[in-house]
Ligand binder design. Structure first.
Ligand SMILES: [Zn+2]
Length: 63
């Protein structure tokens, strides 16, 4: 079994996709004002529906 715990996936889901998540390797963590964190790839950080209202930090950077 591959260990995927070190590789967060992009969880962005577009409207109308029935919450189908992007699933690409995440390069960013997006945090909402309420403090909920989710992984985002480069594309979804730029254009993803769920990017709104989030603060991003690059995965691997000191927070
Ligand atoms: Zn994505």
């Amino acid at each position: 079994m591959p260990d995927t715990s070190e590789k967060p996936r992009c969880t962005n889901a577009e409207p109308g996709t029935f919450n189908h998540e992007c699933g690409k390797p995440a390069a960013w963590i997006g945090t909402t004002e309420a403090g909920h964190e989710a992984g985002f790839c480069d594309d979804c950080k730029r254009r993803g529906w769920e990017r709104h209202g989030r603060t991003f930090r690059r995965i691997g950077d000191p927070s």
